[in-house]
Design a binder for this molecule. Structure first.
Ligand code: ADP
Ligand code: MG
Length: 465
């Protein structure tokens, strides 16, 4: 009975620390909008960098030819080629390959990482079949999706600001990542030109727009989280170049680094942040994204084991190990709807090393997964609502005109595979928008839009265009 009381006390504490009532979400959205504005002014203290992408036109559908794309940004990287057939034929043929990055390369040297990538790309190019056509005398062209914060200097160049998501490589920060890749390709004897350097959010936005003309923003929920959207070029005070003819400029918000005292930051978040590779940074990302959700659950379970003997008199040693509980495991536990929660029980045995958990312990574990996933999803929805506010698409116009259809392209393994996360995000967005406005806003999975998006941007910025 005493144990039960202690368990209940910890859970109650966790529930209240991680709570995200709608009123709080609204104030978080407002804080997000003001950080966006600060970032657009170039305020160096803004937590949102609001990076200018040099993408002032999104794909039209007329793109044609053979293009390659390379997507680096998490645990895997992907190479892709696509034969674009213009307005009539669209995507004629597409092939891709996924290669996982050996963990030691994520913390090794810049040269080793880029050599590994270029080698995989060269191998992929060798398998190009007869159904792909490169006109005589032309160089192959590539769109490079690089999902880390970059200070872009043109559509095809930019320097790395910092590594995130578990990457920590000496000697890349401050370097032009396109030169790094191009040099590595040259060392491989691969003749290919990078014509577009894009963030994965920008790739997803481009790919999303190609599929649906009403896409105005893209959000990634994968290992990390980030968003990009189409801003009015004259609403970017820090832009001192010529106003683009389109009047638009895609902004990479880098919202993962959003920070605000409104965020429900718990002791678990603080400890995880403190022990991370990048303490004090990417605070919003650490509350939302796939790299971290399972780890937050582990920390809460550990507290329950310590303070309330959740798993018996001894604290399971495995549970002490950072990152043993991965978000896909958390998701599997959370979705277990069997009457005895046997999938969850098996996961606890596998991952935490505790066999034969009681049904009660399983229910408690599932409840913790629910609390952590729900907070992440609701915070992500608040961010999207912030972008819609920034664009003035959060409510029906007061002049009685119709609200334009507004589509948000979403991608990333977390959104795609963690169903309860996705449905909570959508329900929260509907709640924030209210009935009228929400009927014009669509959140749509743009599966692997970023690869094709990068290829499309490589096409529209081709040296032959
Ligand atoms: P990245 O963000 O690294 O480019 P993805 O978009 O594929 O790659 O996202 C991978 C991330 O998605 C993983 O790190 C993991 O956190 C999350 N993820 C993948 N599968 C699942 C799943 N079944 N349930 C929950 N999260 C998942
Ligand atoms: Mg990705």
């Amino acid at each position: 009975a005493d144990r039960k009381r202690r368990v209940a006390a910890v859970i109650e504490e966790v529930e209240s620390r991680l709570a995200t009532p709608t009123a709080l979400l609204r104030s978080i959205s407002d804080a997000m909008v003001s950080e966006m504005e600060r970032g657009l002014c170039g305020d160096i203290h803004a937590t949102l960098k609001m990076l200018i992408t040099y993408v002032d036109n999104l794909p039209t559908g007329d793109e044609h030819g053979l293009f390659y794309a390379l997507d680096l940004g998490g645990t895997n990287f992907r190479v892709l080629r696509v034969q674009l057939g213009g307005r009539e034929k669209r995507v004629v043929k597409q092939q891709y390959e996924e290669v996982s990055i050996p963990p030691h390369l994520m913390v090794g040297t810049s040269m080793e990482l880029f050599d590994f990538i270029a080698a995989a790309l060269a191998k992929f190019v060798d398998t190009e079949g007869d159904d792909f056509h490169l006109p005589e005398g032309r160089q192959r062209e590539l769109g490079f999706t690089f999902s880390f914060p970059v200070n872009q200097t043109s559509i095809s160049s930019g320097t790395l600001i910092k590594w995130t998501k578990g990457f920590s490589i000496n000697g890349t920060v401050g370097e032009d990542v396109v030169s790094e890749l191009s040099n590595a390709m040259e060392r491989q004897g691969l003749d290919m030109k990078v014509t577009a350097l894009v963030n994965d959010t920008v790739g997803t936005l481009a790919g999303g727009r190609y599929m649906d003309n009403d896409v105005v923003a893209a959000v990634i929920l994968g290992t990390g989280t980030n968003a990009a959207y189409v801003e009015y070029a004259n609403a970017i005070p820090k832009w001192n170049g010529l106003l683009p003819r389109s009047g638009n400029m895609v902004i990479n918000t880098e919202w993962g680094s959003f920070k605000s005292d409104k965020l429900p930051l718990s002791e678990f978040d603080k400890a995880m942040d403190f022990e991370s590779l990048n303490p004090g940074e990417q605070i919003y990302e650490k509350m939302i994204s796939g790299m971290y959700l399972g780890e937050i659950v582990r920390r809460i379970l550990l507290k329950l084991a310590h303070d309330a003997s959740l798993f018996g008199d001894v604290v399971p040693t495995k549970l002490e190990q950072p990152f043993v509980l991965r978000t896909p495991d958390m998701s599997a536990m959370h979705h277990d709807s069997s009457h005895d929660l046997k999938i969850l029980g098996a996961k606890l045995k596998d991952v935490v090393g505790v066999p034969n958990t009681s049904l009660e312990v399983r229910y408690i574990t599932r409840h913790i997964c629910d609390i952590v996933a729900e907070r992440g999803a609701r915070l992500a929805a608040a961010g999207i609502y912030g972008i819609l506010k920034k664009l003035g698409r959060d409510k029906v116009p007061s002049d009685g005109s119709k609200m334009p259809r507004t589509v948000i392209a979403l991608d990333g393994g977390l959104y795609e595979h963690y169903k309860k996360f996705g449905s909570c995000l959508e329900a929260t967005l509907t709640d924030l928008l209210g009935e009228d406005a929400s009927s014009s806003v669509v959140a749509k999975l743009a599966n692997d839009g970023s690869g094709i998006g990068a290829a499309l941007l490589a096409a529209s910025h081709s040296q032959y265009a």
